[in-house]
Ligand binder design. Structure first.
Ligand code: UDP
Length: 246
């Protein structure tokens, strides 16, 4: 029997804004369930996007599988069904790793640079994962000082992040999409024999800014954040362009 067909959904371990984690009968694996719930501005704006969970599950599964195939370790084990995926259990490093290829969102606002300005090279930023503090931007010295990641962890994170960026830019360009910016999360495997850093969480239109290459149309959560309409359709368009079915 395959690994995934043996996975049994156990107790709820954690409910986040867009996903729920469930235990399995293996101590080193959990099930990640994708909801349709959408939040923005640290939970201030709440809503629901039809079938977002189905789209993000299939999109994130596909992207993680591509990354895994080129040697980036990820938490992915298998896609179980429409909304559930089996993933390796990790302890999340409490940093949101944001990669920017084009200026948008908080960078545009904070630095007063026009949204859409191309950056000559990718910029990597770290935000400390703490909702109560509104995920503050932090420096590498903060990361070191407060022990959120070791120097060795950071070397690995930078290495993986730059490789991921090259692969994802090319992947999206191939389907007519500009990868503007996105957020990654890394974790350390628990319960297994390995003790490495893996890419965790999700990569989806919830966590990426994706613009149509020709028209600049937004195909991501900014449509929800900015009340632009056509939110569910934008997620479906990404699914369609990736050659997947939601
Ligand atoms: N992002 C995310 N989760 C967060 C914050 C940011 O997935 O809690 C993503 C966001 O979708 C965008 C990128 O990271 O693709 C950069 O976000 P930014 O700092 O511009 O913040 P925002 O404008 O989204 O508040």
């Amino acid at each position: 029997m395959s690994e995934e067909s043996q996975a049994k959904k156990g107790e709820k371990l954690h409910e986040g804004k867009a996903k729920v984690l469930f235990a399995t009968d293996r101590s080193d694996q959990v099930i990640q369930y994708f909801k349709d719930d959408a939040t923005a501005f640290n939970g201030e704006k709440k809503g629901s996007i039809a079938d977002k969970g189905v789209a993000n599950n299939v999109i994130s599964y596909k992207l993680m599988t591509i990354l895994e195939a080129v040697g980036i370790p990820t938490h992915m084990v298998a896609k179980l069904d429409d909304r559930n995926q089996l993933v390796k259990k990790v302890e999340i490093i409490p940093l949101e790793v944001v990669v920017r290829n084009i200026v948008a969102g908080s960078m545009a606002k904070r630095l007063g640079i026009k949204e859409g300005t191309k950056l000559p090279r990718p910029v990597v930023e770290f935000y400390y994962k703490d909702d109560a503090l509104d995920d503050p931007l932090v420096t590498l010295d903060h990361v070191d000082m407060f022990g959120w990641a070791t120097e060795e962890d950071l070397d690995t994170i930078f290495d993986y992040t730059h490789r991921i960026n090259d692969i994802l830019i090319a992947f999206f360009a191939n389907i007519g999409v500009t990868l503007v910016d996105y957020k990654l999360e890394y974790g350390k495997l628990v319960g297994g024999e390995e003790n490495g850093i893996v890419l965790a969480d999700e990569i989806s239109p919830d966590s990426c800014r994706l613009w149509d290459m020709e028209t600049g149309e937004k195909l991501d959560k900014d449509r929800f954040r900015r009340d632009m309409g056509g939110v569910a359709e934008a997620y479906q368009e990404v699914v369609r362009r990736m050659g997947l079915s939601g």
